[in-house]
Design a protein around this ligand. Structure first.
Ligand code: ADP
Ligand code: ZN
Length: 736
């Protein structure tokens, strides 16, 4: 009798038929070749690695199979995650290989466990800039500007982000422009958080009502989906904490997702204080070996709770009972490289596959979620008031057009100045929000109208104090000179204020106040975000100025005034979600005020105060906003009433990009028939990092129909090779 076993293996090499081949399992490996392990196999004349999908006694007739060479280090991917990978690849039209790589977690190799190397640029901003300008080799200059934008990177990260080889980085270190710092062991920032012995607070009646429903589902092992819609300050976190405790006492594990772990500092502390070492926090400061250790603790069941950003949705929990997705409306849940998944959707798919309860929470639900609540797919739980009956903040909108007419040149209206002064006098705290970093968004020559642009991107360079021009997309940097590069005139104007300018004006207006700024620039060093936040919470800062970093999750009871310097920055984006994003941001940032014993107030400055996103956020009225926005989406056929798949073509030669996009569009129109095909058209940012970009959008009533249609077009189209044009598929894009 033939006892031989055969394995289906996805090889790690892009091949036509999806790359799945059958291999024979040699007798010595029968024990170790199981679904989910990584193996080395022969392919043509090469040896490649791959994942085992399935093992059986069936051999496809008439095919001469070759043998698996060996099994690689590492635990197999659990069966549930293998199934999830299959779902990912069909839901997001990505290769099975990309999906498996996403679910397989961090590899055991990569960096020695106890000693990590961090790279820093030497000198201050001016010195670094001078060095960049003097470097002859473009690759070295690029690497140094990437590092200057994100100081404190590992060597691998720098090579990857700048697209340079190891020798380029080595040369920068040799020249003394980059400092290499070896840290024997990075301090795990949440290691020392002590378990809080005080019992958790008594739930408010609304929290109790919401929690008891979730608790019942967990106890019964009933995989329901709950939507916790709670206003800012209503205590959603406490409900998550209780739900996690319920899952743990039912002998199950829990995954808690947050949009960005760096911004979830306060939440991490709360979870650590409640559950101690049962919590595995996966954050970006971990090197691969440490991340691997965290994963192993989860796999072994030592960690019952996983807290992390979107990729934590793939944590290898053996007994998953609960998945929480906090701030489910956040665009950060979307992964912007293949597989381009949305962590909320993956969380729901995973909960369904493993019989777990899902809890999605937000004060400003995504409109997709509103539609699902209305259709009954989610069970809605409401927290309609703040803890302890604290009032929602009072909001006043200031019309910036009137300020302009009255001759105000400052970023601060007279009203806002007066309110800030009053708060400082009363020793209360103030948050000032502007969703743009740097000093000015663009520099324009007032004589000839020339705008200084990035040579690699279709984007104006922003101006940063004291003398830098900076591209936020490709990190290109140049020294600012007060002279127009086109006509030579010296009357250059700075437009579109950023947080640096807010800080400068605030220091002049409120000289007695202690002022700090929190944005990507001031928090580039690891841990500085948490340090700033702690200082603010201890009352050592009177005015905190920041970008969207301060809009989210911040819970500082001393804040009684929030000022929004310009509500319109996101309103003008060329995206059908511009109004939704603006509403969410304004509502969330307003929600930072009055979370303590003293009531809060909010001042929103806007050039279009009559816009419904501004008006409804000022009234903290989610439902009116949602009704209005849903009606518009329905009228124009946008999500949640339609599904979109976006196909982006990019390449260094624009004609080739257009040719490919046009051919794809023609193929799509032939195949799709009834479905809508929009484009080809240039992307809103038509050139990024030196690549021209065009896109086509497929639109349809049902997501499945659009995906099936797109898959068919892709199959007929993929035979076009060697065009020098890259194609990427984005199912349910979160930004256009
Ligand atoms: P949300 O996430 O809904 O905006 P939080 O979870 O941050 O609100 O809670 C707001 C504040 O109320 C926090 O300071 C939290 O500690 C406090 N809080 C939450 N629940 C209770 C409760 N049951 N009793 C007392 N304070 C609570
Ligand atoms: Zn650029």
């Amino acid at each position: 009798m033939d006892e031989r076993k055969y394995a289906q293996v996805v090889v790690e090499r892009p091949v036509r038929n999806g790359g799945v081949f059958t291999y024979a399992v040699p007798p010595a490996l029968v024990e170790t070749v199981v679904p989910g392990v990584r193996v080395a196999v022969p392919l043509g004349a090469q040896v490649v690695t791959g994942f085992v999908l399935d093992v059986s006694a069936d051999c496809p007739p008439g095919i001469k199979t070759r043998e698996i060479i060996r099994v690689l280090e590492g635990k197999p991917i659990p069966a549930a995650l293998l199934t999830l990978a299959g779902w990912l690849s069909s839901r997001y039209l990505c290769t099975l290989l990309d999906a498996l790589a996403a679910v397989s977690g961090p590899a055991p190799k990569g960096g020695r466990r106890r000693e990590t190397e961090w790279l820093w640029p030497r000198g201050d901003a001016g010195e670094i800039l001078a060095a960049i300008e003097e470097l002859k080799a473009p690759a070295q200059a690029r690497a140094l500007s990437v590092l200057a934008a994100q100081p404190g990177m590992t060597r691998q990260a720098l090579m990857r982000e700048a697209g340079v080889s190891a020798s380029v980085v080595a040369a920068l270190i040799r020249k003394g422009l980059v400092i290499s710092e070896k840290v024997s062991r990075r301090r795990e920032p949440y290691e020392d958080v002590a378990l809080d012995p005080t019992p958790p607070p008594l739930l408010t009646p609304e929290q109790e009502g919401a929690f008891s429903e979730i608790d019942k589902a967990i106890a019964a092992g009933r995989p329901e989906i709950f939507f916790l819609h709670g206003v800012t300050g209503s205590g959603k976190t406490e409900v998550y904490l209780r739900a996690v405790a319920a899952a743990l006492s039912a002998g199950r594990q829990a995954i808690v997702l947050v949009p960005e772990i760096a911004l979830a500092h306060q939440m991490v502390l709360q979870f650590k204080a409640r559950f101690g070492n049962q919590v595995a926090v996966t954050h970006s400061a971990l090197v691969p070996a440490e991340r691997h250790d965290a994963w192993e603790r989860v796999r072994a069941g030592e960690a019952g709770v996983v807290l992390g950003a979107r990729s934590a949705v793939f944590a290898p929990t053996a007994r998953l009972g609960l998945i929480v997705v906090d701030e489910e409306h956040e665009p950060a849940y979307k992964q912007e490289q293949s597989p381009r998944y949305h962590a909320r959707e993956v969380a729901l798919a995973r909960a369904r596959l493993e019989g777990a309860v899902a809890v999605l929470g937000s004060a400003t639900p995504a409109l997709e979620s509103v539609a699902r609540c209305l259709s009954g797919r989610y069970r809605q739980l409401r927290l309609s008031s703040r803890v302890d009956g604290r009032p929602m903040p009072a909001v006043r909108v200031v019309d910036l057009r009137e300020e302009f007419r009255a001759g105000t040149v400052s970023l601060f209206s007279n009203f806002l100045v007066a309110r800030v002064r009053e708060k400082i006098r009363q020793r209360e705290q103030v948050l000032l929000f502007l969703n743009r970093k740097g000093f000015a968004a663009f520099v324009l020559c007032q004589a000839c109208g020339h705008v200084i642009r990035c040579p690699n991107c279709d984007i104006a360079l922003s101006y940063h104090r004291p003398d830098t021009l900076f591209c936020h997309y490709c990190y290109y940097r140049a020294r600012y000179r007060p002279r127009c590069p086109r006509c030579g005139d010296e009357r250059l104007g700075w437009f579109g204020a950023g947080t640096q300018r807010v800080e400068e004006e605030a220091r002049a207006l409120f000289p007695e106040a202690r002022i700090a700024r929190m944005d990507a620039e001031t928090t580039a060093r690891r841990g500085s975000h948490a340090a700033l936040l702690d200082a603010f919470k201890r009352g050592e800062i009177d005015i905190l100025i920041g970008t969207q970093m301060i809009a989210k999750g911040l819970d500082v009871p001393g804040v009684t005034l929030v000022g929004v310097l310009n509500a319109d920055t996101t309103l003008l984006l060329p995206d059908f979600r511009a109004a939704e994003r603006t509403f969410q941001l304004l509502y969330q940032v307003a929600g930072r005020a009055g979370r303590g014993p003293l009531p809060g107030e909010v001042v929103i400055q806007s050039h279009c105060p009559e816009h419904y996103a501004v008006r409804y956020s000022a009234r903290q009225d989610f439902f009116s906003f949602a009704r209005r926005e849903l009606a518009l989406r329905q009228r124009f056929g946008y999500p949640p009433y339609a599904a979109l798949v976006r196909v982006v073509f990019s390449g260094e030669t624009e004609e080739k990009v257009v040719r490919e996009a046009t051919a794809f569009g023609a193929a799509a129109r032939e195949i799709v028939g009834g479905e809508e095909v929009l484009g080809p058209a240039p992307c809103p940012f038509g050139k990024l990092k030196g690549f021209y970009r065009w896109h086509i959008i497929l639109k349809g009533k049902s997501g499945r129909a659009v995906r099936d249609a797109c898959r068919e077009v892709l199959t007929s189209f993929l035979c076009r090779r060697g065009s020098g044009v890259r194609l990427s598929v984005d199912v349910d894009p979160v930004s256009i």
